[in-house]
Design a protein around this ligand. Structure first.
Ligand code: NAP
Length: 250
């Protein structure tokens, strides 16, 4: 898909991967609609992208629907939807507050589902458009201490795959981008810093480049960094071996 002149809605554009994506889309000539909650963050990214800002809490379905409507009204259409906003949680599932679990499902899974449902019919009618879902390596392999987070991302991967089949021949593309560990405020916000020495966190920019590549080429699955596809393939092809290696080496 051509990015020049395309109207792109990016969720979670006030920070990290979403901010880098909004900036790169604007550099590519797109008209960017940035969605987030943090007013200074939103103001900053809107100024940087000469775009439009939308404030909405994606944990609230009514706000999600309102945001979709306002995004459509901003330029008369939305050509590209980047479902990037997400929240994390790290800790024992047995001690996890069920409300926190439900919030993760709402923000990480139901908000992308509702936004896609609202904006996809217009793309299909115009026979042009692209939806990118930002998942995680956690969704491909499952991570101890991140059970519900991993489940939301696995669901997003399956949602993307299913849409891929439904959208064949419509002119509309769908991709899932799965980052590894990225140096953003994500870990601080979830309440547990990233404390492993490997893999080393990568900057948000290469992930944003992966998102733009997915839109331009229509590639259905993108891993950033690329080696992330290896554990995913090993987990898919030889799950027993993967589990014993993951338990042994973490
Ligand atoms: N960082 C990593 O290592 C990593 C790895 C794999 C996948 N990912 C995924 O990449 C995506 C972006 O993460 P990031 O690393 O860039 O994290 P980040 O810097 O913490 O950014 C998260 C973004 O999501 C928005 N957001 C969170 N909850 C929201 C809510 N309820 N309503 C509206 N917006 C909300 C935040 O906006 P406000 O603050 O303005 O609300 C912020 O812009 C997430 O889906 C995450 O799961 C991250």
């Amino acid at each position: 898909m051509q990015l020049k002149g395309a109207v792109c809605l990016v969720t979670g554009a006030t920070s990290g991967i979403g901010r880098a994506t909004a900036v790169q889309l604007a550099h590519a000539g797109a008209q960017v609609i940035s969605l987030g909650r943090d007013p200074p963050g939103l103001e900053e990214v809107v100024a940087h992208t000469s775009g439009v800002g939308l404030r909405a809490d994606l944990a609230d379905p009514a706000e999600v629907d309102r945001a979709a409507e306002e995004a459509r009204e901003a330029f008369g259409r939305v050509d590209v939807l980047v479902n990037n906003a997400g929240e994390g949680f790290a800790g024992s599932f047995a001690e996890m507050n069920p409300e926190r679990a439900e919030r993760l499902v709402r923000v990480n899974l139901m908000a992308p589902v509702r936004l896609t449902r609202a904006l996809l019919p217009g793309m299909i009618e115009r026979r042009s458009g692209h939806v990118v879902n930002v998942a995680s390596m956690a969704g491909h392999v499952g991570l101890g201490g991140e059970a519900v987070y991993s489940a939301t991302k696995a669901a997003l991967i399956a949602f993307t795959d299913s849409l891929y089949y439904e959208l064949a021949g419509t002119g509309v593309g769908v991709s899932v981008v799965s980052p590894g560990v990225v140096d953003t405020p994500f870990f601080e916000r979830r309440g547990k810093p990233y404390d492993r020495s490997y893999p080393r966190p990568i900057p948000a920019e290469p992930v944003a480049e992966g998102i733009l590549r997915a839109i331009r080429t229509g590639k259905t699955q993108v891993f950033v960094p690329g080696w992330g596809s290896f554990p995913a393939r090993l987990r898919g092809g030889l799950p027993g071996l993967y589990r014993s290696l993951a338990r042994r080496f973490g």
